[in-house]
Ligand binder design. Structure first.
Ligand code: UT7
Length: 338
């Protein structure tokens, strides 16, 4: 396929390393069927998920994030003390504060970086990537670590079959560098971010924060676990992910025909099938690993990107479309020339 000329003036940032880390423990659909009224057949046909990874007791989001970060730094050939910026996208921070980014900073020894977290649910990694790009393009900082990491098992109500079968734990990371060397790799050509606060009730963890603290009186109703209106969320996911994909491609001066591989948020294989159909993208150009990991929220895209990268599925010059949707509602996309 003939490559189009693409203006790269808007951005000088390159993704120079990817990494991921998944917890060892595998929980299969059959394992879940032993604790809740569900079946491998229902979960597989309705979601495409066959198993998910569950972090060990005492293993926090920052542990997964730090392991993914070390892998990305190793690939990039960047030492922790060369990092200027760490952004962690997560809805399962180790604690309310300090930020998980500060904990990661300590764990990997990135003593020269500034760190903070971003909360945009499943769109969080792409929000963080976009934020890091602006930092690197607009100031003296040169090297950023952008992480999507979650321990969603800490927010699961294991008695709610509507949600407990969907989610898992994991982390992915990229190293982003801005320089004037002219060597461009993994360059973000365009990106889209959006949110719709009128739909906050569709997907949320209502309790545990300042609005509804967990108390001895309300603890039995499990307010600090994931609540989702699945069908409604599904419809919004398809619409927003298609719109965000089309917009980012248009902004980059490209069409779906130019896309080598789509790396979408991994929530439901049916969402991805409808999306591929609407966008006119062949199923084999959609990267899917949710069968192994389920929905790991902010971690799905960097984990998938790292798997595709290390698996040799992407080569220099390929065009990637990253697209996400999540609670908020939030959505985001990015077109990347690898
Ligand atoms: O990551 C952020 C974005 N997240 C998403 O985009 C998720 C979007 N939503 C979805 O992926 C789907 O809506 C779900 C997978 C959550 C649910 O699939 P669905 O096809 O929309 O099922 P449903 O909620 O309409 O439920 C259909 C039936 C219900 O039974 P009745 O009322 O028809 O008798 C549910 O009680 O399936 C039942 N059901 C289950 N049965 C067995 C719901 N969960 C389960 C289960 N096992 N785990």
């Amino acid at each position: 396929m003939k490559k189009k000329e693409i203006s790269t003036k808007a951005c000088t940032c390159s993704i120079i390393g990817t990494g991921s880390h998944m917890p060892e423990r595998v929980m299969t659909n059959d394992d879940l069927a032993k604790i809740v009224d569900t079946s491998d057949e229902w979960i597989t046909t309705r979601t495409g998920i066959r198993s998910r990874r569950i972090a060990a007791e005492g293993e926090a989001t920052s542990d997964l994030a730090s392991a993914a970060a070390r892998n990305a730094l190793e690939m990039a050939g960047v030492k922790p003390d060369e990092l200027d910026l760490i952004i962690v996208a997560t809805v399962t921070p180790d604690m309310f504060f300090p930020s998980t980014a500060c904990v990661v900073q300590k764990k990997i020894g990135a003593k020269n970086a500034v760190g903070f977290d971003i909360s945009a649910a499943c769109s969080g990694f792409l929000f963080a990537l976009q934020t890091a790009r602006h930092y690197l393009n607009g100031g003296p900082r040169k090297t950023a670590l952008v992480i999507g990491a979650e321990k969603l098992s800490s927010l699961i109500n294991w008695q709610d079959r509507n949600t407990c079968v969907l989610f898992g734990d994991g982390a992915g990371a990229v190293v982003l560098r801005s320089d004037d060397s002219g060597v461009v790799q993994g360059q973000v050509l365009s990106s889209v971010m959006g949110s719709d606060g009128s739909q906050t009730d569709l997907l949320k963890v209502p309790g545990g924060g300042s609005f509804l603290p967990v108390t001895p009186e309300n603890v039995a109703s499990r307010p600090n676990t994931i609540h989702m209106e699945g069908r409604e969320t599904f419809k919004h996911a398809v619409t927003r992910m298609c719109q965000a994909s089309e917009q980012a491609l248009k902004d980059a001066g490209l069409t779906t025909d130019d896309v080598t591989l789509v790396i979408p948020h991994q929530a439901n294989a049916r969402i991805l099938a409808v999306m591929a159909d609407r966008l006119g993208i062949a199923a084999e150009r959609m990267f899917i690993n949710l069968d192994k990991y389920g929905n790991t929220s902010a971690a799905t895209i960097p984990v998938a990107l790292d798997e595709a990268n290390r698996g040799g599925l992407i080569k220099r010059g390929d065009v990637l479309l990253l697209v996400a949707f999540g609670g908020g509602l939030t959505w985001a996309s990015a077109v990347i020339r690898w």
